[in-house]
Design a protein around this ligand. Structure first.
Ligand code: ZN
Length: 345
């Protein structure tokens, strides 16, 4: 495992500036209101010096952790930390891990996430649909992912309500991987806040895993596929990847170690770059908008940005069928379970 390289140019990115002590009491009051507002989706956090890193260490009980991003949050050093066995991530202040014992790289290499990362970044490198597409082991469940590519249409709130309603029937939240592009988040602030709140509400019905879908999601309808999406000449891959994560962190969300390529289009160079940044490409076993039928174990792809009604209709059909068969929310599992095989919610 090579140590992930640091992305160049981050220090020069334009960033928000922190408030100063000279600001008026009104602004202080406003800051306090934003901080304590029930919706933490208000963009209130300043994320600076954001870059990849690799530091394996162990918790006091011996469990392995890997710090894979480092950054300043409102001026305080933080890491994004991964549990590579359960494939879960969290945000941790640097002071909390400074005294932890380092762990050998052999422990990292033996984890489910490192194994999946190695397998899904190895040849062949298909132009379309690279990465994990279905559960690694036998599975009766499905893995639902929803893409939010830049769009002029509003969020399909009815779609998310339908999923939440499906969950309500059993009282168990439905795990959903939301692949959000940075531009979609920026251009749909109300929809984004609504979705974040739905995922956080105790009875909201959704348990969201936030997947990186690039910042700008480049696309040229007239360009051939091999020179389109992130393969377009001049695209700054490190910016596209890291800026999208920063936006999630600015909103108080924690990015998962997954990346969905825009258009599901990639090549060896991009996949290997993602590997160095510890991001697992997530393809699709069933892109429902293209009429692909989902089989148990598949990672399902639908669009929740209002741009692909056919996929949404197909998913509704699947929900109806699962309901008629007696299935409930437990028929969907979080993406991590596709790697670890652990089905417990
Ligand atoms: Zn997309």
């Amino acid at each position: 495992m090579r140590e992930p390289r640091r992305a160049a140019g981050l220090a020069s990115e334009k960033i928000c500036r922190r408030g100063t002590a000279s600001r008026s009491s009104f602004l202080l009051l406003l800051s306090a209101l934003l901080y304590f507002w029930p919706s933490a989706s208000v963009s209130a956090l300043v994320i600076e010096d954001y870059r990849p890193c690799f530091h394996a260490y162990q918790e006091s009980g011996g469990t392995l952790r890997v710090a894979w991003r480092q950054f300043q949050e409102n001026g305080t050093p933080h890491f994004l930390v991964m549990d590579p066995v359960r494939v879960e991530t969290e945000k941790v202040p640097r002071r909390d891990i400074e005294r932890k014992s380092p762990a050998g790289s052999h422990r990292w290499e033996g984890t489910p996430f490192a194994g999946a990362l190695a397998r899904y970044s190895a040849p062949p490198h298909p132009l379309q649909n690279a990465g994990i597409r279905r559960a690694e082991g036998p599975a009766r469940e499905y893995f639902l992912t929803v893409d939010l590519c830049p769009s002029r249409t509003p969020l399909d709130r009815g779609f998310f309500r339908k999923i939440a309603g499906f969950a309500a029937e059993s009282g168990t939240a439905v795990p959903v991987g939301v692949a959000a592009s940075g531009l979609w988040i920026k251009n749909h602030p109300e929809d984004f806040r609504w979705l974040v709140d739905l995922g956080r509400a105790p009875a909201g019905g959704l348990r969201i895993t936030w997947i990186n879908h690039s910042y700008s999601h480049p696309f040229d309808p007239s360009a051939p596929v091999e020179r389109n999406f992130l393969l377009r000449p001049g695209v700054d891959l490190s910016f596209e990847v890291l800026e999208a994560e920063k936006i999630l962190l600015q909103h108080g969300l924690v990015p998962a170690p997954y990346f969905r390529f825009p258009g599901l289009v990639s090549d060896r160079l991009r996949v290997e770059s993602l590997r160095e940044w510890l991001l697992l490409p997530v393809g699709a076993g069933a892109w429902m908008g293209k009429g692909e039928t989902a089989k148990p174990g598949d990672i399902i792809l639908v669009h929740g940005n209002g741009n692909e009604p056919r996929g949404v209709r197909e998913l509704y059909r699947l929900l109806d069928r699962l309901r008629s068969e007696g299935g409930r929310a437990a028929v969907f599992l979080p993406l991590a379970a596709a790697i670890t095989g652990q089905t417990a919610p």
